[in-house]
Design a protein around this ligand. Structure first.
Ligand SMILES: Cc1cc2nc3c(=O)[nH]c(=O)nc-3n(C[C@H](O)[C@H](O)[C@H](O)COP(=O)(O)OP(=O)(O)OC[C@H]3O[C@@H](n4cnc5c(N)ncnc54)[C@H](O)[C@@H]3O)c2cc1C
Length: 166
């Protein structure tokens, strides 16, 4: 198990694991109910070993943009830690899965979690403007964009997802 403290540590772990043929499994808070943080199922035997990459040292609100009411938050932050740091600024992420206390922002985004303890918008993707990930081939960062106001969403409203309209 490794506990990176920052992006430099993360990149070093991924470099070493890549060169030693070792698989890496990110670990947020381990509340996955579908084996997301486990080995097994045949795939892990293809590697020389497996490292669990615990994100608990990389949590917390790093930056606030009060005008846009947006925050830059490290992926290892748990639900209560995020709310505690936003509250003094009069802000909330307002994402409440039933595992709120025991799960992290990175885990929510990786699993597209649903926060069913709130009304209105409940899915984490509704709140994410941009992500930055450290991959074995280097950092990958999406453009920071607010929610789209450009008409109906083709993925949310397609007949494939909702069933027939007839
Ligand atoms: C009692 C209970 C209630 C639950 N309620 C809900 C609910 O209401 N809604 C819901 O959607 N889910 C729910 N879940 C499922 C689970 O809590 C969610 O899937 C949650 O998003 C997982 O977060 P985690 O931090 O625990 O991630 P983990 O379990 O640690 O990891 C989940 C997956 O994400 C990956 N991952 C984690 N962190 C990162 C990261 N920083 N970067 C890249 N990949 C990462 C892991 O490798 C793994 O594949 C519940 C689970 C339990 C046990």
């Amino acid at each position: 198990m490794v506990f990176p403290a920052d992006e430099t540590d993360l990149a070093a772990v991924l470099d070493w694991c890549g060169s030693a043929d070792i698989a890496v499994i990110p670990y947020g808070a381990g509340s996955s109910v579908v084996g997301g943080v486990e080995t097994g199922g045949g795939w892990s035997e293809r590697f020389s070993g497996v490292v669990s990459l615990d994100m608990s040292r990389m949590g917390g609100v790093l930056e606030l943009d009060r005008l846009s009411r947006a925050a830059h938050i490290a992926g290892g932050a748990t639900g209560p830690a995020i709310e505690e740091q936003l509250r003094p600024h009069g802000l909330t992420l307002r994402h409440y899965p039933q595992s709120f206390e025991f799960s992290t922002l990175g885990g929510w985004i990786a699993t597209r979690s649903g926060g069913h303890y709130a009304t209105g918008r409940t899915h984490i993707e509704d709140f994410v403007e941009s992500t930055r990930m450290i991959t074995p081939r280097g950092p990958m960062e999406s453009r920071r964009l607010p929610g789209s106001g450009a008409g109906p969403s083709p993925t949310a409203w397609s007949p494939d997802r909702r069933g027939s309209w007839e």
